[in-house]
Design a protein around this ligand. Structure first.
Ligand SMILES: [Zn+2]
Length: 396
């Protein structure tokens, strides 16, 4: 036996080399691709079509969406992808004028909507497999900073076609350029959960400096600032959470109540002096479930002057269909007014959707068929969100 190994050492070495190479390839290339492909899929809705009137209206719209997690994945957003749901070319084709790119920084293993402990994390493996810088492996703060760098780097390669905006006047300027016929889109940065603060208000200031302008307080687990709808305790604001809300409001950072526990939503609304958003959600009126909003919360959010981004996936609207999205929008518009209804796609947020960013004319067409006026559709598809951020973002 020993003699055989000695005689075949070269061949064994070669096999070992190829085995290690295959392992590396599998971990760094195949796994990230397969994970993305499986998690962010378009499930075509055969019942949804685009009418002539729908297409004509859509061509005149300026869309705005409050939530896409595209920065989480190993993709070049300047190129049209075949996997996932959003990148710059597909957003441009879909007539988007504004996309908020949200940073996911921690995701517990065995993720579910009911109850997740905070002691495990899948993003660490994903960060390593996607060859993110080493500084991001052990730091949620660095993961958020890195995703901001990614967005700026992508935008820098578009010859001005994508502008990262952090102020109201910058967003207004992009809209003026579009009105003048330029093919330009605004991109904004948002946080999906305040855990990249790592328990320190100073870190919120550096995230703000990096360009983050919406502050989601919690994601799938309770964190240092408060309770998640999917956490163990589902509590309210911690003292640090109150400090963070106060600091955000004072500096033109918009509070995002997506994924917040019922108590957290109540406590933020009790103290809020500025409008709040829910970047991506469903409404209990059409789809029960603990991540979706009650009528009472919808009314209170509207009272702040806030807007509600209706999600495109089944966790928000209970079906992967265009009709279910329209139904949630109709319900919300009837309850709190069209002026408070917006898009909260959750593109690339590990969800399946009935269309990708390029296919949004299906939604326009379905809203038209459902009896919304052209002016109302323009509001829901983008104008509400654009006006909101021009108004609420810092002046400089
Ligand atoms: Zn989310």
């Amino acid at each position: 036996m020993a003699g055989w190994f000695a005689r075949n050492r070269r061949r064994l070495g070669l096999w070992l080399f190829f085995l290690v190479l295959a392992g590396i390839l599998l971990f760094y290339v195949i796994v990230p691709l397969v994970v993305q492909w499986g998690m962010n899929r378009v499930v075509e809705d055969e019942a949804a079509t685009v009418s002539e009137a729908g297409a004509a209206l859509h061509a005149r719209l300026a869309l705005a969406d409050m939530h896409a997690d595209s920065l989480l994945w190993r993709r070049d957003l300047t190129r049209r992808g075949r996997i996932g749901q959003a990148d710059f070319p597909r957003l441009a084709e879909g007539k988007f004028a504004l996309q908020v790119f949200t940073a996911v920084t921690k995701s517990p293993r065995g993720l579910n909507y009911e109850s997740n402990p905070a002691d495990s994390d899948n993003i660490t493996t994903l960060a390593i497999a996607q060859r993110w810088p080493r500084r991001t492996w052990g730091s949620l703060h660095q993961r958020a900073l890195y995703q901001a760098e990614k967005l700026r780097e992508f935008a820098a390669r578009t010859d001005g076609a994508v502008a990262v905006v952090t102020t109201g006047p910058e967003l207004a300027q992009v809209m003026a350029r579009r009105a003048a016929g330029e093919a330009v889109m605004a991109a904004m940065l948002g946080l999906e959960g305040a855990h990249p603060m790592e328990g320190d208000l100073e870190n919120l200031k550096s995230l703000y400096a990096a360009g983050y302008r919406t502050l989601g307080l919690t994601h799938f687990f309770d964190n240092e600032v408060g309770g998640s709808a999917h956490g163990l305790e589902k509590g309210g604001l911690t003292p640090l959470g109150r400090e963070a809300v106060r600091w955000a409001e004072a500096n033109g950072m918009v509070i995002d109540l997506a994924h917040a526990s019922v108590t957290l939503i109540d406590e933020v609304l009790d103290m809020a002096t500025r409008p709040v958003v829910v970047s991506h959600t469903g409404v209990k009126g059409t789809c029960p479930g603990n991540r979706n909003l009650t009528d009472d919360h919808l009314r209170r959010i509207a009272e702040t002057g806030g807007i509600v981004g209706i999600g495109f996936w089944s966790g928000a609207v209970c079906e992967t269909t265009v009709a279910a999205i329209v139904q949630a929008m109709r319900y919300t518009a009837d309850l709190i007014g069209v002026a408070h209804v917006a898009l909260g796609s959750d593109f690339d947020g590990s969800v399946w959707t009935p269309f990708d960013a390029a296919g949004t004319a299906k939604l326009t067409s379905a809203l038209l068929d459902a009896g919304f006026t052209e002016a109302e559709i323009a509001q829901i598809m983008g104008q509400n969100t654009i006006d909101f951020f021009i108004e609420t973002l810092p002046r400089e």
